[in-house]
Every structure is written in C-alpha cells, then in structure tokens.
Ligand binder design. Structure first.
Ligand code: NOJ
Ligand code: CA
Length: 530
C-alpha cells in the first residue's frame, strides 16, 4: 500500500463508546449524548480521532440497543436529534469524527415493520422478515443459535408460522433478498450520512445473507452451531457491493467498517482487500475469543498462541488487507483482566504493558471506553447481578445441562459482557489528573508517540523472539527506522540481552531497569535509526 492510498481511518485511533454507561449529563444515571459532548476535550487530550458510538437509536434495549425499533429516532434516554447534531458539529470542530454503529441484520421485534408482518400474511412488510411454516410438525429447520444456544425459530401465533432470529427472539432477522427492504435500508443510511457523520460500523455484516433454502445442519453433529449457514454466504458480497454503489458512492470519505466474526484469511481478503472495494475495515475476533470455550466456558491460552493469532492478521497488511487492532469492546470482558493481571501490584503495570503492546501494532486502533483508565471486571455473586441476555442464555443452558452453579458464575465472572457495561467511574480519571505516572498519562504519551512516528503507522510489523514463551515482541520497520517492542506478559522475570537494542523511549512502566532482563509485565520500546 503506497502512502497516498491511505485514508483517514488507516491511521486513526477510534474510541468506542457504549453511550448508556459513558457520561450522564442530567442525573438520571443513564449516559447520554450531552454527556459525550462534555467529554470531547478529554478525548482530544487522549489523542482520539474518531468515536464509534454503539447503537443510539430507539430501542427496547433487550440487547444493548442492537435491537432497533426506529432507525430514524434517537433513543430518548440518550437525548434528541438536536443533541446528536450538536455532537457531530462540536466533535468536528475538534477534529473528531463520528462513526455510527448500524444494525441491519435484524431489527427489534417492536419495529413497526415486524409488528405489521406478524399481524397478517398479506402485510406489506411480511417479506421484510423470514417467516417459514413448520416442517412435518416440526421447526422449519434445525439451526441452533450460538448466541442463545437455542433454536433460531420462534412461533408467531397470529399467522401460525415461525420467524427466523439468529440472536434473541426479540431480534428478528431481516430478509435481504427483498429489494424493497434493501432500498429502505439504503435510504436510511443516506439519511445519517447527510447529517454529516463520517461512517458506519455495521453490526454482523457477514451474516445478512443466509444459505439458500435454509437447509438443515447435517444430523448427528454435537456441539455445533449453524453459524456457517448464515455467515459469509456468497450473496453477502453482492449486498455489500450494492451498499457501496448505492450509498457510499456519494460519500467517498465515509468509512464502511464491518463486523465479520468467524472469518478466515481468505474471507478477509474477499471482504477487505483494497482492490475489492467492499469493506474499508473488517473486525475479526480470533485474539479476543482466545479464552472463549463452548457455552461460555473459559479456555486456557498461552502468550505464543495469542501472538500467533495476532500475527496471522498482521501479516495480511503486507498484502493489502488492513488490520484493525482492539482488545476490548462492549462485547468483551475488560482487557486487563484477560491479558494482564489485576492484583494491586501489577494492575497498572500490566495495563501499561498492554497499552504499549496494542498501540505499536500495525492497523487502525480501537480503544474501548475506560480501558485508558485500566478499568477491571466487576465482582458478581449471583446470576441476578448480570443484566446481559447473553449471560443469562449461558446460565440457563448450563443449569439445564445440570452443571454446578458456582462454576457457571465463575466463568461468567470473566467472560460476561456485563463487565464492559457499567458506568465509568470518572472520579478515577479525576484522581489521575496531573499525575504523569498514571495509566491515563501513559496512554496520552503513547498516542502522541504513535502519531509522531510514521514507522508505527505504515511500517511492516514482524514478530520476533518467538521462542521465548511469555514474551510478546515485535519490530516495526520503515525505510531506515526500526522500532522494537518488548512486552513481558507474565509475572516472571524474562532474561534477555537488551544492551544493543537501540535507544529506549520513555514509554516504559518501570523506573529502574536492567539491560539483561524484563521484570513482571515490563514493557519497553526501543528505536533505531540506521
Ligand atoms: C454484535 C454486537 O457487537 C453485539 O453486541 C450484539 O449482541 C450482536 N451483534 C447482535 O446484534
Ligand atoms: Ca442521562
């Protein structure tokens, strides 16, 4: 990729905001758009270039707003359209772009289209969704959702047939085969682009087309979900191309980012190679699912595993498929719990190590709100303390399996999305103000450093010292500049001769250092000008 082919998103730091838990401006304990506006200066100081807002539209909020009941309305708890317009304007004044999360695979079951479709088989919106008759007195097919761990079909009593939902029954899937539906969606996307937003993050874009004829999964396969029958179908590319042609054509600087979980490298090429003109950015989940086992069980992992997964995608950058780097999101546990160490001794040290490890990698960077404060998972005592539907699906399924309740709660404790969905305790940030040793100051400095070094933006990224377990090390190279990042991801000492590594930058997390070993969670960044 020559430098002139880069767009704003290639070198951006995107900050993901789950509005409900970000900043509350009016005392109702619900984060809102005015709250986001009040933090713009904080975000500028952090060095953020764009905000990705999780869905802010009208929604019953059964799935955190990923169940939209009106695409043209702002959720009143978050504010008004005027507030939103003011956010776009004020953010732009400060050179911050606004990216909206858009859910077009499904709507809420409270969307007027679906309400009408459920009323009668001759509703004009009937074919906006996927209804099927029972087959031999059974469900239309045997698909199980990996989200709910149950069938993807729910009976609609009124018309005595079933509708498809790959997520909860409150999120009926839209029928992308229907051209009228597609046109409605395109019109709506343009409405938001006309408001001056800078792009979209499309929720589960790789799932909008389902396998032709909705065939059964082969029999006798246990522990197996139907996802591959509604992911990455050929027709997805046709739809993406259509969105490109009919929506983005008039907005060449708008970002078209798509969530594409469960893809392989070949599919990443198809979705996001620069020559294909489909997605500008794709989000893959290999490394963040590293501890995720079947039915929400935790899986153990090693640093070399993690490294392999990350470099599998880093290498694609060389071939024209630009990576996106993120370790936290509204769908995940807190990153410091997963990859770091939350003990009093290492909490901040390991969070700094992770920040450096992340922000020197190649690709568009996404920081999930609060990770710059090293926020941790919460402690849960019982299932009633979890709000997220996914946590409850896992709990119910495993209780049904006859599993031990404590073990289920222990797993949820770590993997639940609830961990990323509690109000940010801003007093932590206030306490860090002026403290140059704080995690917040570390992020600020690191982001400034990243932006000042073209090698970190455009240079190759090479994995080094692969034989030292526990060490996550890599090199960035561009012309005659090399930057080396060495991160000890363990609480043990790692011996390594660093006497010839180059000039040590001041983005490190220990004051006293040895040239021959890295202490627990120590990170260093060296630069060499050849
Ligand atoms: C992916 C989103 O990131 C997640 O939060 C949501 O539950 C599902 N898609 C369904 O929309
Ligand atoms: Ca509020």
């Amino acid at each position: 990729m020559g430098n002139n082919q880069y767009k704003w998103w290639n070198h951006s730091i995107i900050y993901e905001i789950y509005t409900k838990n970000f900043v509350d401006s009016n005392g109702d304990k619900i984060g809102d758009i005015k709250g986001i506006i009040s933090k713009l200066d904080y975000l500028v100081e952090l060095g953020v270039d764009a905000l990705w807002l999780c869905p802010i539209f009208l929604s019953p909020f059964i799935d955190g707003g990923y169940d939209i009941s009106d695409y043209y309305e702002i959720n009143p708890e978050f504010g008004t359209m005027v507030d939103f317009e003011s956010l776009v304007e004020k953010a732009h004044q400060k050179n911050i772009k606004i990216i909206l999360d858009m859910v077009i695979n499904h709507t809420s079951d409270q969307h007027p289209w679906f309400l009408s479709a459920c009323q009668s088989k001759i509703s004009p919106y009937r074919d906006y969704y996927i209804f099927r008759q029972a087959k031999n007195n059974e469900l239309p097919n045997n698909w199980i959702s990996s989200r709910t761990l149950e069938s993807v079909w729910t009976l609609n009593f009124k018309t005595d047939d079933y509708y498809l939902h790959i997520y909860t029954k409150y999120q009926p899937d839209l029928n992308w085969e229907n051209e009228k539906l597609r046109e409605e969606i395109y019109k709506m996307l343009k409405f938001w682009l006309e408001k001056g937003i800078d792009g979209f993050r499309f929720d589960v874009i790789n799932k909008i087309a389902k396998a032709d004829g909705l065939p059964d999964l082969p029999n006798g396969i246990e522990h197996f979900y139907a996802d591959y029958l509604f992911e990455n179908q050929n027709k997805v590319h046709q739809y993406i191309n259509e969105i490109r042609g009919k929506v983005f054509k008039d907005y060449p600087d708008a970002l078209f980012m798509g969530q594409t979980s469960g893809i392989n490298r070949k599919q990443a090429f198809e979705y996001a190679h620069q020559s294909r003109n489909e997605l500008d950015l794709y989000l893959q989940f290999d490394h963040v699912d590293i501890d995720k086992g079947f039915e929400g069980r935790r899986k153990s992992w090693t640093v070399s595993n993690l490294k392999k997964l990350i470099f599998k995608w880093q290498r694609l950058a060389q071939e024209g498929v630009w990576p996106v780097i993120f370790f936290g999101s509204h769908d995940l546990k807190r990153m410091v719990n997963c990859y770091g160490n939350t003990s009093a001794e290492y909490h901040i040290k390991s969070a700094k190590m992770l920040a450096a490890l992340q922000l020197c990698l190649r690709g568009t960077q996404i920081i999930y709100m609060g990770d710059e404060l090293a926020l941790k998972n919460r402690i849960y005592k019982s299932i009633d303390e979890f709000k997220d539907t996914r946590s409850h699906s896992i709990y119910n399924k495993r209780i049904k399996n006859g599993e031990n309740e404590k073990e289920i709660i222990d797993d949820l404790q770590f993997i639940a999305r609830d961990n990323a969905r509690y109000s940010i305790p801003w007093k932590i940030a206030d306490e860090m103000e002026g403290d140059l040793t704080s995690i917040l100051a570390f992020y600020q400095k690191l982001i400034t450093f990243r932006k000042s070094e073209p090698v970190l933006l455009y240079g190759d990224c090479l994995s080094i010292y692969n034989d030292i377990e526990g060490l996550f090390a890599y090199e960035r190279r561009l012309e005659n500049k090399t930057i080396t990042v060495l991160a000890n991801m363990t609480d043990d000492i790692i011996e390594l001769d660093m006497s010839n590594m180059g000039t040590l930058t001041d983005n490190s997390n220990y004051d006293i250092r040895s040239e021959f070993c890295l202490r627990a969670y120590e990170v260093r960044i060296y630069t060499i000008d050849n």
